[in-house]
Design a protein around this ligand. Structure first.
Ligand code: SF4
Ligand code: SF4
Length: 193
């Protein structure tokens, strides 16, 4: 943002804990969060690795976490937090890291592509109530014009049944659409006030 002062101090474990209101040491690295996360195929670090990098309190590792694609691909579904046997709120850690990354201007070099992915993801959720992998992949490739990255993973994902060609809808899709409509209405009202 033009004129906005960027904080240059390295980010410490203490700062992350203070801002998030959690204790990073509560995580004992069992990996259950990563095993349940629906976005790991697209992430560059697994959710439990993000926690580990923050726990180690090394400015370089924390910066890696802050510059990762992972924190921007996290869709705040809270599956990780619900699965955690230590009640560590990893979804909230992701929020906290996104806030800090924006303040320190430490975004991932693929920020534009991540925005393309995010908008196709939200489109899929609004139209069908769920993530439909095939339309998501096609929509992302068209928007980002990035046709070749990860293309070799496609056959393996099909074999592992990670990709379903026909989109499916949940029963309550009308309610989901209504939530999106209300959110847009609120955003528009905020923009006017
Ligand atoms: S599930 Fe909880 S304890 Fe296990 S690695 Fe993830 S955050 Fe840590
Ligand atoms: S909240 Fe984010 S990190 Fe956690 S399971 Fe959902 S997408 Fe993965």
């Amino acid at each position: 943002m033009p004129g906005k002062k960027i904080e240059r101090r390295p980010v410490s474990k203490d700062e992350i804990e203070r801002r998030g209101g959690f204790r990073l040491a509560d995580c004992y690295q069992c990996g259950k969060c990563s095993a349940g996360c629906p976005m790991t195929d697209y992430m560059d670090l697994l959710p439990h690795q993000i926690v580990r990098f923050c726990q180690l309190d090394s400015p370089e590792l924390i910066e890696k976490a802050l510059r990762s694609r992972t924190i921007w691909l996290c869709v705040s579904c809270e599956t990780c937090s619900a699965r955690c046997p230590k009640d560590f709120d990893i979804a909230h850690l992701m929020d906290t890291l996104r806030e800090i990354a924006l303040e320190r201007d430490l975004t991932h070099p693929d920020a534009d592509n991540i925005a393309a992915f995010h908008s196709v993801f939200m489109w899929s959720v609004e139209k069908t109530g769920r993530l439909n992998e095939f339309p998501l992949a096609v929509g992302y490739k068209l928007r980002s014009m990035d046709f070749f990255t990860d293309v070799m993973r496609f056959p393996k994902m099909v074999l592992n049944r990670k990709i379903h060609f026909l989109p499916t809808r949940i029963k309550g899709v009308k309610a989901i659409k209504e939530i999106f409509r209300k959110c847009r209405e609120l955003e528009n009202n905020e923009g006017r006030s």
